[in-house]
Ligand binder design. Structure first.
Ligand code: ATP
Ligand code: MG
Ligand code: MG
Ligand code: MG
Length: 439
């Protein structure tokens, strides 16, 4: 992409309404524009990051054997009257009446709708296990939308639902989700800690939240620092291997890690004192096992091997895709701007032409642009007629992991400059070597 032909409405001023870094930086870097409280347009740069996160989520869900689909944003109220949640959900639910006076709502979550799909089409244990998911916009009329996309009213969520014949199978689905979520966050360059949590309005017994540590997080968290040393790395995971998946979950749930809702001071005392941490965290996902809470009232049953009709065992599992954009920035920024982890960066590398219009500099930039593109990188070329200082400031603000600086003086010596956004370190190298250096 050439900046002269892109739409990147960078703001010079720090917006007064933004209280935290990610919100400020997303506005300043031209990623989002507020349409109404808690409702945002995703401008091209923000949209590109959002799509990257969605892709990672899709890849990891499919790898775990989960099946993508798409349910609508608007739902009929009838389904929610069947489950009993229409009244229980309260003012967070945006209720709408259509022209025929039918009660509708903008979905805050999809347990009812997926259960309705299941009961219409599945009746036998032979069709199980089954896990369906989608990535779709949700609406919750939050009492205090704030922090930009972190607590929006309209937000993008991945929500998945498992259907299993009994508790044991459903617990494997639970474990599979925990591991696939750990992988997902790791690929985004995040440390997200699974913490025992409270189930809230979704209901159920077993539930973990995934929290990214950050001072601006809304939850108070208590944990054993040993958990922050864990990582999946390149482990080969066979999601059909119940024992392997359960062992990984054990590893991640053994150290003490809880939010204020479930915190147990007595248990926490047992963690060696030098490893006890109290901090704040951002909830970026949650998994639930809730058994037959929806299948029973809604009549979602299967016939077992023995010909018995039983309500199906379910769980639901959510990732806050749009909130993650903010959470990643909270965990990766400095005074000058964003510092994207490689796995989620909107563009891999920025090219700064110090002297636009200079024949040699222009040619060197074009060559680099073409070579990088051929090699599978996505470069962002700042080909505007701007001062070098302004170009550097923009690159620092939007936070691409690498910057290549090209100018007549360097070219005379046969070099360009490659700078890491994270470390600030620069090296000079021949333009032909840049692609190999970045590989
Ligand atoms: P919170 O405690 O932050 O209100 P929640 O527990 O109500 O979140 P869940 O029902 O568990 O949310 O939804 C799954 C995920 O969706 C959450 O873990 C979070 O990452 C994301 N999410 C929930 N509410 C919002 C929101 N208002 N804006 C952006 N993301 C959200
Ligand atoms: Mg909530
Ligand atoms: Mg919560
Ligand atoms: Mg939650």
């Amino acid at each position: 992409m050439r900046l002269s032909r892109y739409f990147l409405p960078v703001l010079k001023e720090t917006p007064a309404e933004a209280q935290i870094a990610s919100h400020r930086l997303m506005l300043r870097a031209g990623m989002i524009k507020q349409a109404a409280a808690g409702i945002y347009s995703w401008l091209p740069m923000g949209f590109k990051v959002l799509r990257k996160l969605e892709n990672i989520v899709h890849e990891e869900q499919v790898r775990a054997g989960h099946i993508p689909m798409l349910m609508p944003t608007l739902q009929p109220a009838d389904l929610w009257k069947e489950s009993g949640r229409y009244d229980a959900y309260g003012p967070e639910m945006l209720r709408i009446r259509d022209r025929h006076d039918r009660d509708m709502l903008y979905g805050p979550t999809n347990e009812e709708m997926i259960t309705d799909i299941f009961r219409a089409h599945v009746g036998s244990y032979k069709d199980l296990p089954l896990t369906l998911y989608h990535i779709q916009w949700k609406f919750r009329d939050e009492i205090r939308p704030r922090f930009g996309v972190m607590r929006g009213r309209e937000f993008l969520m991945k929500d998945g639902y498992n259907f299993d014949v009994d508790h044991e199978h459903a617990m494997h689905a639970y474990n599979r989700h925990m591991v696939s979520y750990l992988r997902t966050y790791e690929r985004m360059g995040l440390k997200a800690i699974p913490m025992r949590a409270d189930s809230g309005p979704i209901g159920g017994d077993d539930t973990h939240e995934f929290l990214v540590l950050a001072e601006t997080g809304e939850s108070e968290v208590f944990y054993d620092s040993a958990i922050t040393d864990l990582s999946l790395g390149n482990r080969d995971i066979d999601y059909d291997d119940w024992d392997q998946v359960a062992l990984i979950c054990n590893e991640w749930t053994k150290p003490y890690a809880r939010t204020d809702e479930t915190h147990d001071a007595g248990l926490f005392e047992k963690v060696p004192e030098d490893r006890r941490r109290t901090s704040r965290g951002i909830e970026v996902g949650q998994i639930f096992y809730f058994g037959t809470k929806y299948s029973e009232p809604m009549g979602a049953t299967v016939n077992t091997k023995d010909g018995e009709k039983v309500p199906v065992h379910m769980g639901s599992h959510g990732i806050g895709v749009s909130r993650l954009v903010g959470a990643i920035i909270e965990a990766n920024h400095d005074e000058a701007g964003i510092i994207w982890p490689e796995g989620v960066t909107p563009y891999h590398v920025g090219i700064v032409n110090l002297k636009q219009g200079d024949g040699e500099a222009d040619r060197a930039c074009e060559d680099l642009y073409a070579a990088l593109t051929r090699a599978g990188f996505e470069p962002l070329y700042d080909d505007r007629e701007e001062r070098a200082g302004a170009k550097f400031a923009t690159m620092d603000l939007i936070g691409l992991p690498w910057r290549i600086t090209v100018g007549p003086r360097g070219l005379k010596a046969g070099v360009v400059e490659l700078t890491s956004r994270r470390t600030g370190e620069s090296e000079e190298l021949a333009p032909d070597l840049v692609v190999d250096r970045l590989r």
